[in-house]
Design a protein around this ligand. Structure first.
Ligand code: NAD
Length: 258
């Protein structure tokens, strides 16, 4: 069965590594022309090479998603290159500094919220404007996290930013449903990327976090990509305003000892 995404134009932010890169490649395999946005030019070009090796077409646009002018220019460049914008995965994010709230600096709080939450809002703003102008619907997935649904010790700013993304997703979905634009979020638990390595790489931390995943392993970026591509396809045509959890059973309940 095909995804029905052939010939569509899709945007992936934070596509220079991890989940974003794997999603850009899977979009390409589904026939989507991919606009990859991120801050790191060499890694962005590397993603485009992988997109081309997968038989697709793509372009990298250097963008900091926390800056309004850069996000507006990103959408402009996407439309200039491929003529339209049909789908978007607002994935760019940082873990920030994980410390108790009492030790969190204002600078780190502002940076985390600025990229993870304001960045998603800016992307939504300019993506929706473009999709409304085209008048042919669209599909958007925002990257949240299970930290957008439960608290995470030491991750006040990160957790607040991801809870914000879940709320913003619902409002955006309400505002666009009648225009045929579907907007959802995805909430993964630990996924094997450089971010997870930075956060959970220390042996004791790794053991503890792994123990929270009943399935007995972390997820893979490609597993998140599969869900995102599905959510962007017409096969998910009745789904909007939802936050899809991909967590190996993390939120199902306490993990029984093995
Ligand atoms: P990653 O560090 O490999 O990817 C993050 C990407 O976002 C990078 O490409 C980075 O360059 C980009 N980015 C950061 N700040 C940016 C900015 N201001 N403008 C543009 N791009 C920017 O890690 P990842 O795990 O692939 O993370 C992707 C997303 O998934 C993040 O939003 C993260 O919070 C979320 N997430 C990750 C996990 C996990 O365990 N890995 C779990 C849940 C959610």
């Amino acid at each position: 069965m095909t995804t029905g995404l052939e010939g569509k134009v899709g945007l992936v932010t934070g596509g220079t590594s991890g989940i974003g890169r794997d999603t850009a490649i899977l979009f390409a395999k589904a026939g989507v022309k991919v606009v990859v946005a991120g801050r790191r030019e060499p890694e962005g070009q590397e993603t485009i090479e992988l997109v081309r090796s997968a038989g697709g077409d793509g372009v990298f646009v250097k963008t900091d998603v926390s800056k309004a002018a850069e996000v507006e220019e990103l959408i402009h460049q996407a439309v200039e290159k491929f003529g339209r914008l049909d789908i978007a995965f607002n994935n760019a994010g940082i873990e920030g500094v994980w410390v108790p709230i009492v030790n969190q600096s204002e600078k780190d709080w502002d940076r985390t919220i600025g990229i993870n939450l304001k960045g998603v809002w800016l992307c939504l703003k300019y993506e929706i404007r473009q999709m409304l102008k085209q008048g042919a619907g669209g599909a958007i997935v925002n990257m949240a996290s299970i930290s957008g649904l439960i608290g995470s010790l030491g991750a006040g700013a990160y957790s607040a930013s991801k809870h914000g993304v879940v709320g913003l997703t619902k409002t955006a979905a309400l505002e666009t449903a009648r225009n045929g634009i579907r907007i959802n979020a995805v909430c993964p638990a630990a996924i094997e990327t450089s971010m997870a390595e930075r956060l959970f790489g220390a042996p004791e931390v790794h053991k503890y976090v792994l123990g929270c995943h009943p399935i007995g392993r972390f997820g893979k970026p490609a597993e998140v990509a599969e869900a995102v591509v599905w959510m962007c396809s017409d096969r998910a045509s009745f789904m909007t305003g939802q936050s899809l959890v991909l967590d190996g059973g993390f939120l199902a309940g306490p993990n029984p000892p093995s």
